[in-house]
Design a protein around this ligand. Structure first.
Ligand code: AMP
Length: 279
């Protein structure tokens, strides 16, 4: 497995692979890898000749400096995991390598980027679009893999490649969960033992929401979840929104086909997100 820190090196590798007629699968990550990331890597390995994984904690997608400072970094462990999976190349650029100058690019990502995560994390999706577009230009992969754990991000990346005519196939991958239902996340490692034990409650409420979606309107179900979290002693709900799984337009009244429930919850100072298809 090769590890490249420089854009020119990864670009040369990818260019050569393409010239040899090899297909390139790309998995962008921020490291502190877990089974969720590895599920994307496994799919990429199964579907491509060459798999490139990036590990880069992208500073410009963090709207909270403390979250950036405390984001887990475990590069040695990450490289060992990727080597075991049979990844061909890992790209680990520095901040300066990715952003030699101050970034001022603004992407038009439409209404997808103004709701939920876009509303509560201003600038987040623009930062994601900047870094993912840069990676696509540097690596020019045939396919790129993104998790439905960050469902809104997946839709935004699909919009990015459509709007900016980027020739890459975006592959969505299902949410990988702990045995207790908690969606795997690098931030889970920062949960206190008490919060970690309580955190499966979030997924349990989403599963409960699937049942209630048959009887309640969207507004009633949203209010129900808000009340459930108001009563919970540990968690602070940021939002629970029922929205269309393609457009993210809010659902009003009867909950229809392709509706999803999206949730963001604070467990202490750790912000967790999850989602589930309701119907
Ligand atoms: P991150 O390192 O958090 O930026 O995540 C890198 C990629 O892994 C993103 O496409 C995420 O959606 C995906 N991912 C993270 N956690 C999970 C999970 N539990 N299941 C599926 N995909 C995930």
């Amino acid at each position: 497995m090769d590890v490249f820190e420089k854009i020119k090196d990864i670009n040369a590798y990818a260019t050569k692979a393409r010239e040899q007629g090899l297909t390139i699968g790309f998995v962008p990550t921020m490291g502190a890898l877990h089974e969720g990331h590895l599920s994307l890597v496994k799919k990429a390995i199964a579907e491509n000749d060459v798999v490139i994984v990036s590990i880069f904690v992208n500073p410009i997608q963090f709207n909270n400096p403390e979250d950036l400072a405390k984001y887990p970094r475990e590069i040695g462990k990450d490289l060992a995991l990727l080597q075991k999976e049979g990844v061909h190349v890992v790209f680990t650029p520095s901040d300066k390598e990715m952003y030699p100058e101050t970034v001022s690019d603004t992407y038009n990502l439409g209404s997808l980027s103004s709701v939920m995560e876009g509303k509560f994390r201003p600038g987040h999706f623009n930062g994601v679009a900047v870094v993912v577009h840069k990676f696509f230009q540097i690596i020019q992969p045939h396919k790129a893999y993104f998790g439905e754990k960050d469902y809104q991000q997946l839709l935004i990346i699909k919009a990015l490649v459509r709007n900016y005519n980027i020739p890459v196939e975006i592959v969505g991958c299902p949410i990988n969960r702990e045995a207790d239902g908690l969606a795997r996340s690098s931030r889970n490692s920062r949960l206190s033992p008490q919060m970690k034990e309580a955190a499966p409650f979030i997924h349990q409420q989403l599963v409960e929401a699937i049942k209630l979606a048959k009887e309640l309107t969207a507004e009633e179900l949203e209010n129900h979840i808000i009340l459930v979290f108001e009563k919970h002693p540990l968690f602070k709900l940021e939002y629970f929104t029922i929205a269309n799984g393609s457009t993210l337009d809010p659902i009003k009244g009867k909950i229809t086909e392709n509706s999803y429930g999206f949730i963001a919850v604070y467990a202490g100072d750790i912000r967790l997100i999850d989602n589930i298809r309701l119907i």
